[in-house]
Design a protein around this ligand. Structure first.
Ligand SMILES: [Fe+2]
Length: 245
């Protein structure tokens, strides 16, 4: 069995909100309301899948219908609901996989702990490209910047492309990712949210890792005003509040 969960193919919604030069698709897939993204170059038609999970054939079908060829994978973090299609996608595309350097070890650790099948990491070890904070990768001619945002997991990362932030489970619309799972760290989450992401421009459009809110996107400006987890000026208050949840 390739996936960690029962595979339930389902695309409930698909949104196309592409900036000039980019093909950006937001797809809600699977039983946990995950958002999977395609980021493509409108000129070369090369594309990256963000967080391949649940239904790889649907992801590849949508890429094909959009005239995109997948040759990269960007992983926000290694929780199974975000990567349970990674092995299958690698078999189909031989894509390069960009993960934060800290998340590669974490992925092996949780796989061992919860007996998750990740033998493809050995079989496809040459596909994995560990990344650090601030690095940039081109998808075709589209530059994507990597922001290391630990807290939900040690190697959680967000992707910045043309003033759009794909935030995984670090920042949700009016919420943030859990910090009580293995590898979670409320102090680091405070810093990631209230220092790193809060320093981005207000007009940055937010694309979260799950469809948990009334709308599928927001802006950093809206979140700085309304998201309760972006209102903490003190790390201690934030940690206290998160531990009390
Ligand atoms: Fe997660």
């Amino acid at each position: 069995m390739r996936s960690y969960f029962l595979r339930i193919p389902m695309v409930e919604s698909q949104f196309d909100m592409s900036p000039p030069g980019v093909v950006l698709k937001q797809m809600e897939i699977g039983p946990m309301m995950n958002f999977v993204y395609l980021i493509g170059c409108s000129e070369t038609r090369e594309a990256a899948v963000v967080d391949p999970a649940w239904d790889v054939s649907t992801i590849l079908r949508i890429a094909q219908e959009s005239d995109l060829k997948v040759n990269r994978v960007l992983v926000t973090h290694a929780h199974p609901d975000h990567i349970n299609g990674l092995g299958e996608l690698l078999e189909a595309t031989d894509a390069a996989v960009y993960m934060n350097v800290n998340e590669i070890d974490y992925m092996k650790e949780i796989a061992a702990r919860f007996r998750l099948p990740i033998e493809f990491m050995n079989r496809r070890s040459g596909n994995f490209r560990p990344l650090s904070d601030g690095e940039q990768v081109l998808v075709g001619k589209v530059p994507i910047q990597f922001l290391h945002t630990p807290g939900h997991t040690p190697g959680s990362q967000c992707f910045l492309v043309e003033r759009r932030l794909i935030s995984g489970d670090t920042l949700f619309i009016n919420a943030c990712g859990r910090v009580d799972l293995p590898g979670g760290d409320p102090e680091k989450m405070w810093w990631s949210l209230n220092r790193k992401l809060a320093s981005l421009d207000d007009d940055t459009i937010l694309y979260p890792g799950h469809n948990y809110a009334e709308h599928p996107t927001s802006t950093l400006g809206e979140q700085k005003r309304s998201n309760p987890y972006l209102q903490f000026t003190s790390v201690n208050q934030f940690v206290h509040a998160m531990r009390g949840l």
